[in-house]
Design a binder for this molecule. Structure first.
Ligand SMILES: [Zn+2]
Length: 342
């Protein structure tokens, strides 16, 4: 089985964006604020948006199952207050849940949280619990910077975040550490802010003893871990100077990297530097980079091709990246698959 652990609903029907625009207009003009019930998207519209996009590409490329969360750049936690984020998260999570019900063999949901700058993350717990218990979500996306590029929250190692971590441990779900749109003109959203945040989250964990407090907490650092694998020697050296244990022991029981790296040399480096047990297959398809690479004639985000073409990986190691590691990091997914006889 080939599991893509990083997919977003980037192709939702236009009515979703129209509702969101009305919601944003309603922040300044409460009379314009739409009701949640004003958003109407039929099952047929959902089916169409998936069958002609993600599902089509999964079939063409040979992926079986996608862990599917709301569109990351649309989370935009910096917009409005907690109430705005709460209504928006509930809507987006429900849509991913409906997709998982329409295509139960192909999509399993992961939740976005109703984060809001300056608001206690404990406020996100009810949505998290609903998504796990009622919607069968197997993970969450956690935004380490709900301000959208201004980094006004404490680092992930701060007790500020502990309510989320306690819930993650209680429900045995991992978090993909995933920022959203940058509203800081210095940082391009997907070209800079995403990769900066991946690197930043790793370093926040490195300088702290977070995983002493939460030995079973699990983070997936997406986009191949930002700059981390490329600069692995720097991080090893920094840990050494800080008198931290070796990274293997200090971080690698808890931190995992996905394969959203859009060229062969990047995947080769990732799989050479990072232990195989810490690499999870992902494409983030129909996401940041949708074009075709003129050097290969294939989509940049067709990451399975790079795994297949690797000279370093045995077929057993590929299976570990495609399925085994992901089932270990997402125990609730593993349980769902076992129930279905996989
Ligand atoms: Zn993403």
């Amino acid at each position: 089985m080939i599991i893509d652990c990083h997919g977003h609903y980037t192709t939702a029907p236009k009515a979703l964006e129209a509702w969101r625009n009305r919601q944003i207009a309603g922040i300044a003009d409460p009379g314009a604020k739409p009701r949640v019930s004003a958003l109407k998207i039929s099952d047929d519209e959902l089916r169409e948006s998936i069958e002609s996009n993600q599902l089509k590409l999964m079939r063409e490329r040979g992926a079986d199952l996608t862990i599917f969360s709301p569109r990351a750049s649309f989370m935009a936690h910096h917009i409005g207050d907690f109430e705005v984020s709460a209504a928006w998260s509930a809507i987006c999570n429900e849509l991913c849940y409906r997709v998982s019900m329409l295509f139960p063999d192909s999509f399993v949901p992961a939740a976005m949280l109703p984060q809001s700058p300056g608001v206690d993350p404990a406020s996100c717990i009810p949505e998290l619990v609903k998504c796990v218990k009622q919607y069968g979500n197997v993970g969450i996306n956690l935004n380490p910077d709900p301000s959208g590029g201004h980094w006004t929250s404490p680092p992930l190692s701060d007790r500020h975040w502990y309510p989320i971590f306690e819930a993650m441990v209680e429900y045995d779900i991992p978090a993909m550490v995933h920022v959203s749109t940058s509203c800081n003109a210095c940082f391009h959203t997907t070209g800079a802010h995403y990769l900066n945040a991946d690197t930043t989250a790793f370093m926040q964990c490195l300088t702290s003893d977070l995983f002493k407090d939460f030995p079973t907490l699990r983070f997936i650092i997406p986009h191949g871990g930002g700059a981390v694998p490329y600069h692995w020697g720097r991080f090893r050296g920094l840990a050494q100077e800080l008198k931290k244990p070796l990274l293997q022991e200090h971080l690698l029981n808890n931190i995992f990297f996905d394969t959203c790296v859009y060229h062969q040399p990047g995947i080769d480096l990732l799989t050479k530097v990072i232990p195989l047990a810490n690499i999870l297959f992902a494409s983030e398809m129909i996401g940041a980079v949708r074009g075709i690479d003129p050097e290969t004639g294939h989509h940049y985000d067709d990451t399975k091709r790079y795994i297949e073409a690797s000279h370093q990986l045995s077929s057993a190691e590929r299976r570990q990246i495609y399925e085994g590691n992901t089932r270990r990091v997402f125990p609730r997914l593993d349980a769902q698959l076992k129930n279905k006889g996989h």
